[in-house]
Design a protein around this ligand. Structure first.
Ligand code: KG4
Ligand code: ZN
Length: 345
């Protein structure tokens, strides 16, 4: 089966063509194109929804054209269309959804609505160089860490997916972004903090690890942001040296990674999972990957860790197609609407 998938939930406009072999469930990306309006948002230090939606309108047709051209397939080779229906920014989502519905009508193809969050998890099931999704065994635990979400999801199989815990306030990516802004680092904060952390001394500052020892499986990151704000404001004239900035960044990264790793392993042990899957933009953080691998090896040596390649961690359309390939549920176009608040059922 071959699917054309569309993702426009935020500031990326993406289209991919992706297929699954029936005999071995191998999922391969035939083409994947991503355009982003990030540069515009970095000027304002955050996403302006109206600007993001206008950029989506500019990019959507060229991105779809390019994805089809790169795949070297013809429209008649496509079996279905998949599209992100939420969560996300309403204006951005509508661009992808209305385009997908129109194409489905003109091309006479079935259409599958996809939850963006599940898409991030299904990036793990895409075959790439040196990455073998066939080794993923159930039950699997997914840690989804993006700009808007931090969730722990249990996959008993492809049909039984259960939310286990999540953040009570800011998402991990949101904490990175807000703290990046406090430190006057370029937007988005996550990659900027990772970069400056490399020359930082993480132990110079000790920031809180909110809820790290709580009995439940939830997270909270807003206290961390407040602690960093206090540190920044208390510094003389509010001007930080490059070294202090790097030290704060490294301490913040250490604190966020520590909480994510400890909670994930707590759930993994409780549910005796065989695989841990990482997903979302924050999953591309090397420190998070390394610490999770190291601690899992030590505490749960028989559990395997999976991390999609970087371009599949951040927003893309291939992950949306991957979910649709494993959960093929065509829906009448009349019932497909944008749901900015969509979460896990
Ligand atoms: O999944 P994503 O591309 O978009 C959403 O669905 O939100 O995630 C974006 C988030 C941003 O908050 C960004 O700062 C964070 O992922 N991020 C990172 C890294 N790369 C992206 N956070 C930490 N380290 C990174 N290397
Ligand atoms: Zn995302």
């Amino acid at each position: 089966m071959t699917i054309l998938s569309i993702e426009t939930s935020c500031d990326e406009t993406a289209c991919a063509i992706i297929s699954k072999e029936q005999k071995n469930n191998e999922v391969k990306v035939l083409s994947s194109v991503v355009a982003t309006s990030l540069v515009l948002h970095s000027k304002t230090g955050g996403i302006v929804p109206e600007v993001a939606a206008r950029e989506q309108l500019k990019f959507i047709v060229p991105v779809i054209e390019k994805a089809i051209e790169n795949s070297k397939l013809k429209i008649e080779n496509l079996d279905a269309i998949a599209v992100t229906v939420g969560p996300g920014l309403i204006g951005s989502l509508l661009v992808g959804i209305e385009t997908a519905k129109t194409l489905a009508y003109i091309w006479k193809k079935p259409i599958i609505p996809v939850n963006h969050l599940l898409g991030h998890i299904y990036a793990n099931f895409i075959q790439t160089n040196n990455y073998e999704p066939s080794a993923i065994n159930f039950p699997a635990l997914a840690l989804l860490v993006s700009g808007g979400h931090t969730d722990l999801i249990l996959l008993e199989n492809h049909k039984k997916i259960k939310w286990i815990g999540g953040t009570l306030d800011d998402a991990a990516g949101e904490a990175f972004d807000k703290i990046g802004r406090l430190l006057n680092l370029p937007y988005p904060g996550g990659p900027s903090i990772e970069k400056v952390s490399m020359r930082g001394v993480a132990d110079r500052f000790i920031f809180p690890r909110p809820m790290v020892g709580s009995k439940d499986f939830n997270f909270s990151f807003s206290g961390l942001k407040a602690a960093v704000a206090r540190e920044v404001l208390s510094s003389k004239y509010n001007v930080l040296s490059i070294q202090t900035k790097s030290d704060i960044a490294a301490a913040v990264q250490k604190s966020i990674v520590d909480v994510l790793v400890k909670k994930t392993l707590k759930v993994a042990k409780t549910y005796k999972v065989k695989s841990i899957l990482l997903g979302g933009g924050v999953a591309s953080n090397k420190k998070l990957q390394d610490e999770l691998i190291l601690n899992t090896k030590y505490l749960m040596p028989y559990t395997a860790i999976f991390v999609p390649q970087k371009s599949l961690c951040t927003d893309n359309a291939a992950m949306i197609g991957a979910y649709a390939l494993f959960n093929y549920k065509p829906t009448s176009w009349k019932n497909i609407t944008a749901n900015p608040q969509l979460y896990f059922n």
